[in-house]
Design a protein around this ligand. Structure first.
Ligand code: NAD
Length: 365
């Protein structure tokens, strides 16, 4: 089993990674959490696949368990679903010694985490990520949030889990596009911090079956990168912003498409290609890196060109991004693969540069 500790301000917690770990979880839970009531928060896809069996096993071990299932998808990551979680916790008289278990992808993790951070000013919170994106990214680092119609993740907190249990076996049922979605964040970690990880990911042809045997290690390496960055800057005031590589444009695409077009990973993939094209033109990025990034993304089925959308809307959406601090944007870019950097730009300058590259970037309808 691969294990790593994340040292946060308020607590240290462990991420355990092992294919097949989910089989051991009822026994691990009995040893660590017996006596707590658990609220399993999951979605309508994960529950029939894995949640039901897990719940039954926990009950068999003698746990008192509440089940909270919501409709799968980003559209559910909102205040109204959050309220339904609070209602269930209140109706079941949850106390501060009880815990929430986030069993699902990033949407489940972000929302269950925000419920845990705020209900009774803080409940225990355990993550069992089931998508690749959640395993390599959203389950680490304590950012929890819900969306508003005005933007993504606008209501949130920093709240660290007590533990993360990662079983790559769950990935077997993940669709191809959801797998690619997670690969976008894994590749991102290579692009910004680890040329070796990038080299492993670009070598050979992509075959999901072959990758299966490497998954524990790849996830571990990716978690290490995120762990190191988050430990340096838990509250996202400095170096952590390098993890936003591709996200300023990515979030804007998601927003213009009303969160029902490209997935988060696909949008970030286009964002990484676009921003690198921009910084290569500005001579901040070594010549040729855009092409390398695009090839790597394409290998995992990720898009690198914008779908047809109104570019003025896109630029407007960029201006509304959370990363806009008093008109100044901190943009994450790469100097070369493995070396992520930050640069401050004002809105007018950024808009100008983005308009310049957008004209070559629209996919033919
Ligand atoms: N907190 C953070 O630091 C952070 C970082 C990156 C992304 N995010 C957030 O994560 C979210 C995206 O996460 P996601 O891509 O995991 O989305 P998701 O949670 O919506 O999961 C994607 C789809 O896969 C399904 N699914 C989950 N596990 C499955 C499995 N094992 N087999 C088959 N289907 C499965 C889900 O039901 C859903 O339909 C976004 O809301 C994004 O903002 C948060």
């Amino acid at each position: 089993m691969e294990k790593l500790i994340v040292a946060a301000r308020d607590k240290n917690y462990e991420i355990a990674i092992k294919t097949g770990l989910s089989k051991e979880l009822p026994a691990i839970f009995k040893e660590k959490y017996f006596g707590k009531r658990l609220a399993i928060v999951t979605d309508s896809n994960v529950y029939p696949l894995y949640g039901k069996e897990f719940l039954e096993k926990l009950k068999k071990e003698g746990f008192e368990v509440e089940l909270i299932v919501f409709q799968a998808g980003e559209q559910s990551k909102n205040l109204s679903t959050l309220e339904s979680i609070y209602t269930k916790l209140a109706d079941s008289a949850f106390t501060r010694s009880d815990a929430i278990v986030a069993f699902g992808g990033g949407v489940v993790g972000d929302m269950a985490g925000l419920a845990a951070a705020t209900f009774l000013r803080g409940l225990g919170y355990i993550q069992i990520p089931t998508t690749l994106l959640a395993m390599v990214d959203s389950s680490i680092g304590g950012k929890v949030a819900v969306d508003m119609p005005q933007g993504k993740n606008l209501i949130g907190a920093f709240y660290q889990p007590d533990a993360v249990f990662t079983d790559p076996k769950f990935l077997e049922t993940l669709s191809g596009s959801q797998f690619s979605n997670g690969m976008a964040e894994l590749l991102k970690h290579g692009f910004i911090r680890d040329a070796d990880l990038y080299n492993v990911l670009v070598s050979g042809d992509f075959n999901r079956n072959d990758l299966k045997h490497k998954m524990d290690e790849l996830i571990y390496n990716s978690c290490l990168i995120k762990r190191d960055v988050v430990e340096e800057d838990e509250f996202d005031n400095g170096v952590r912003q390098v993890l936003n590589f591709g996200h300023t444009i990515g979030h804007a695409i998601e927003r213009v498409q009303n969160y029902s077009g490209l997935s988060h990973g696909e949008a970030v993939s286009i964002g990484m290609a676009l921003i690198t094209e921009m910084t290569e033109k500005m001579e901040l990025t070594r010549k040729g890196e855009t092409e390398k990034i695009k090839l790597a993304l394409k290998k995992y089925g990720l898009p690198v060109k914008l779908p047809s959308l109104n570019t003025n809307d896109l630029v407007k959406a960029i201006a509304l991004d959370k990363k806009n601090r008093s008109g100044k944007f901190t943009i994450a870019y790469i100097e070369e693969i493995g070396s992520g950097k930050l640069i401050d730009m004002n809105l007018t300058e950024l808009e100008g540069k983005i308009h310049e590259i957008l004209k070559d970037h629209i996919e033919a309808p």
